[in-house]
Design a protein. Structure first.
Length: 104
């Protein structure tokens, strides 16, 4: 039996996150999980958002060719991020080339 005062977790989570100051981190995690939906399969298969600092989203890119491609498309990407995640207030993108993994 459900108590009339009980609420769903989804109803109280935003308030809890705000109280703890974690709203932005939660949204940043959503952006990472939903990157494909925001930028499309082609871009998402070659890049991933890494961290958001002071409005600057650092995006790791597979190689220099894709880094240049994303640099040319940064305005479009920023608009898409802004539409999907307005609370993040992403104002700029910084692209970093993925480091090659070395075997030990």
């Amino acid at each position: 039996m459900r108590n009339d005062t009980s609420r769903r977790v989804g109803d109280i989570l935003p308030g809890v996150l705000a109280t703890l100051g974690l709203e932005e981190k939660f949204e940043e995690g959503r952006l990472q999980r939903e990157w494909v939906a925001v930028v499309g399969k082609a871009i998402a298969s070659r890049s991933r958002p890494r961290v958001l600092r002071d409005g600057v989203l650092v995006v790791t890119v597979e190689n220099s060719v894709w880094m240049q491609e994303l640099w040319f498309r940064q305005r479009e990407i920023l608009e898409r991020i802004g539409a999907a995640f307005p609370r993040l207030a992403v104002t700029a993108l910084r692209f970093e080339q993925e480091r090659e993994r070395t075997s030990a």
